[in-house]
Design a protein around this ligand. Sequence first.
Ligand code: PEP
Ligand code: MN
Length: 345
Amino acid sequence: MEEGAPESQIEKVMAHLLEKGIKVHRSDGTTRTVLGVIGDASSLDKGLIETFDGVFEVVKVSEPFKLTNRKYKPEGTVVQIDDVRIGGDEVVVMAGPCSAENEQQVYSSAAAVKRAGAKILRGGAFKPRSSPYSFQGLGEAGLRLLRTAANEHNLKLVSEVMDISQIELVEKYVDILQVGARNMQNYTLLRELGRARKPVLLKRGISATIEEWLLSAEYVLAGGNRNVILCERGIRTFESYLRNTLDISAIPVVKKLSHLPIIADPSHGTGRRDKVAPMARAAVAAGADGLLIEVHCDPDKALSDGAQSLFPSQFDQLMAELRTIAPAIGRSICVEPVARRGWAR
Ligand code: PEP
Ligand code: MN
């Protein structure tokens, strides 16, 4: 619709589409409203619709992903959790251990990431491990520890949900529901998350193309949940030197194709602690809306992903570097030095 088209004109177009038996997905942007039509549009006359008052243009979206397409929502989506905005000017950092292991580990890792300027605590309670003999996570007890630590430090919380049977439980504790790389094409899970009330962080599958990834996001959006954050976490290529190949170029590609916020995970993207900071810096420089970084209070003793987990001092250093990089590309990042506060337990 044209900028400032009155409600009466919008409703008239919607009524016309509905009369043709077509479901309309309405998106109200700050300047204009977009009416999205998905499915068989053969009964529609593009020329006729263009004559309706208030119609700006009729665009055919040829890509298979529709609701995730930037053509449907030209301005970027901002996923907002209270005062934390992902997809806005600020680069939002989510950090914490790979897995919640015990009270001391969760609490001191949370204190460390908060001190350095992270806004969101990460940590897995249900872990998708390649081997059934590896640590599988603490389950609900882990979620309880993570939530308590997040509240203590005024952090939001992101944690993985592996299966539809866990959604209700995980949703009670977290602010963002993480879908792991291995589940990117678990369409039953994605459909169910379309009905969830919390935002979804959708990691890219290890061999997924960008189009497949956006189609997975489409499942969540089509189910009614518009709050999806994409996360590039490295893909499997012929290069075997590192754990994965972090596809930095996916960031500007996704930015162009989709309105959804995109963050990068240089921890799983590289698998090596010494490679995390350079890739985090590159991701921010490439336009990522945020980062997901593994930080552990004592990485050498971690029950999972110790080799890629940063020591708190390394994370402090990285955050300081990002405070130089973000403004250079017109972004901000948490600048107030957070008061140093020891964890009392
Ligand atoms: C994680 O974030 O701990 C995780 C398991 O990530 P991925 O799904 O990207 O492997
Ligand atoms: Mn991990």
